[in-house]
Design a protein around this ligand. Structure first.
Ligand SMILES: [Zn+2]
Length: 357
């Protein structure tokens, strides 16, 4: 059970103005990136051993005043596909030739990735999901005790931890909440000290009432409760039409994988993108929308949600950004017979988000 207190802040989607506008630094209040000395800022990144080459620039997609960067955490091992999507057999993949070479290998193994999206929109810096995290005790060996340079990559893209304003959580699964926190001595503390962390109230209520196994309880203890205990968690009621929580950011209810699952729509002056979360795990599900994952809480609902989302995107210019899609990660949805395919749209290296003035 999730302890009842302290109560997370309740946010209404109709709240005007949006609670997520940035407050400009006032007199005597230093801008966040000025609050620490350079030396202090440097320790916010994971140490990179000397002699390692510089990080390659993160791929990014430009939507007109909105830039979405993909921040890589780790490529998931080849056994992930057969476990997660057991119906995606090599025969099914052979029937979907456009998956190769980017999304499946020659032998019919699906490629899957753990990454997050970091986005500048107006003057907000927003992170969508937080991956697996470092140093967490996990039952899945691919997620256990990671030591990735994710934070260094995030900072290199222009998102040092204390510059992040908003962390949007598509759902409360282990591989989406990990960098919510990081180790601080023997404790787990919020990685993003200024951020509001946002989740669906329905999602929170589901897990609060669920009989969780030890592994899930551990995940809530180390990656979710510290954020609530720091008073940084906001729970949003998301109606079926979606909720615009800040200008250009809309939460889309996409239940089935979990009851309160959210996809995230980002709207710029010249383009729109939808970030899947786990309502689509892999592009193979465009060719086979009925193909579900082994961890969907309501498999039938998950298929209905996926079909509706893909139908709404087919033939449009809206970019689909997959939370577990391997590079090139993004694409346009096009009808193919009575299903769909993804036309890849690779990201381009973008300038870092830069220093806010
Ligand atoms: Zn996931």
């Amino acid at each position: 059970m999730v302890p009842a207190s302290p109560t997370p802040r309740q946010i209404s989607p109709h709240q005007q103005p949006s609670p997520y506008r940035r407050t400009p630094p006032g007199p005597g209040r230093r801008a966040p990136e000025e609050r620490k000395t350079r030396e202090e800022r440097d320790v916010t990144a994971e140490p990179r051993p000397p002699g390692r080459p510089p990080l390659p620039p993160a791929p990014a997609w430009e939507l007109g005043g909105v830039t979405v960067h993909r921040i890589d955490e780790v490529a998931l091992p080849p056994q992930t596909g057969p476990w997660l999507l057991p119906s995606a057999t090599p025969e099914v993949i052979d029937q979907t030739p456009w998956l190769r070479p980017d999304f499946a290998d020659e032998s019919g193994v699906l490629r899957l990735s753990s990454h997050t999206f970091a986005c500048t929109i107006g003057d907000l810096r927003v992170l969508i999901d937080t991956g697996i995290g470092n140093g967490k005790t996990r039952a899945n060996p691919a997620w256990h005790g990671l030591r990735t340079d994710y934070l260094a990559r995030l900072e290199a893209a222009g998102f040092p931890p204390d510059a992040v304003d908003l962390v949007l959580l598509t759902h409360l699964h282990t591989d989406h909440v990990g960098w919510n926190t990081r180790a601080d001595g023997g404790d787990w503390r919020p990685t993003f000290p200024r951020a509001r962390y946002v989740a669906s109230r329905r999602e929170w209520d589901h897990w609060a009432a669920a009989e969780m196994d030890d592994a899930r309880r551990q995940m809530f203890r180390d990656s979710v409760h510290p954020v609530r205990d720091a008073g940084q968690l906001d729970l949003v009621d998301v109606p079926s039409a979606g909720a615009e929580i800040a200008p250009g950011i809309r939460l889309l209810p996409t239940p089935g994988h979990t009851p309160g699952h959210l996809a995230v729509e980002l709207r710029g002056r010249t383009g729109t993108a939808v970030i899947t979360g786990d309502c689509v795990h892999h592009p193979v599900q465009l060719g086979h929308p009925a193909l579900g994952s082994c961890v969907d809480t309501d498999p039938e609902q998950a298929v209905t949600t996926r079909r509706a989302l893909l139908a709404s995107l087919a033939g449009t210019d809206t970019l689909l950004l997959g939370t577990h899609f391997p590079p090139p990660t993004a694409g346009l949805v096009r009808a193919q017979g009575d299903t769909y395919r993804l036309i890849p749209v690779p990201g381009r290296p973008a300038p870092t988000a830069g220093t806010r003035t």
